[in-house]
Design a protein around this ligand. Structure first.
Ligand code: DX5
Ligand code: ZN
Length: 221
């Protein structure tokens, strides 16, 4: 059984107190800080980018920064995010053609980052097949990307099971992350389907006890 990691998404944090928010969730037991980067083209929202990652890395030299690029042509931003201090870079398989996706992943690995590929809800698991053996993480979206606080899509559980089964065969160390609508009632369903990294934004930020909600999401409460 893989360790369950909790990755608070700062998309839901109070941006006017972001440093304190990050300090609090890390102290409360968060494994990663999940950074949702949106370009207003791949998804109908604009959120945050390279300068923010730089400043988080400067303030938190040891934090694991799990950067989720919801942008078109992500290959153009592999180097800037590597330089900014991203620990892991997850790009969307829908964001460019297969050759450019392969090039972006190779470049991210070469620059020392862990690499991930993400699937929108409408994209089947088979779309990842040619990259499965090389990835450090697969991110299965459980909402339509672009906004926090949306309802968890239960119809993505078969996809999580399918991805986990393929990874067990070709790349067992690879993590499976879910992102979107993760709450104390949906987290165990995602874990049961095979996810071991849980992104949570609105479930955590805004809650009055970060350590308690993180324990609940891990299923320890
Ligand atoms: C969607 C974002 C959200 C966010 C998590 O593009 O990626 O899924 O991280 O939001 P919550 O946990 O509030 O659904
Ligand atoms: Zn995300």
């Amino acid at each position: 059984m893989k360790e369950i990691k909790i990755a608070p998404s700062i998309l839901a944090a109070d941006f006017t107190r972001l440093g304190e928010e990050i300090k609090s969730v890390l102290r409360a037991g968060a494994s990663y800080i999940h950074v949702d980067v949106m370009d207003g083209q791949f998804v109908p929202n604009i959120s945050m980018g390279v300068p923010l990652v730089e400043s988080i890395r400067r303030a938190f030299p040891d934090v694991f920064l799990d950067v989720h690029l919801m942008i078109v042509e992500p290959g153009d931003f592999v180097e800037p995010f590597a330089r900014a201090g991203a620990s892991s870079l997850t790009i969307h398989v829908e964001a460019d053609n297969p050759d450019n996706i392969s090039a972006a992943l190779a470049s991210a690995r070469q620059l020392g980052m862990r690499t991930g590929l993400s699937l929108k809800p409408a994209t089947p698991a088979v779309a990842l097949e040619s990259w499965l053996a090389e990835l450090d993480m697969v991110l299965v979206m459980t909402v339509e990307p672009g906004f926090g606080a949306q309802p968890f899509m239960l119809d993505q559980m078969d996809k999580i099971r399918a991805v986990r089964a393929r990874l067990d065969a070709v790349n067992p160390d690879c993590d499976v992350e879910v992102d979107g609508g993760v709450k104390p009632n949906t987290a165990p369903i995602a874990i049961g389907a095979g996810a071991n990294v849980l992104v949570a934004g609105s479930a955590i930020f805004g809650h009055d006890d970060y350590a308690a909600i993180i324990r609940q999401l891990r299923g320890e409460a």
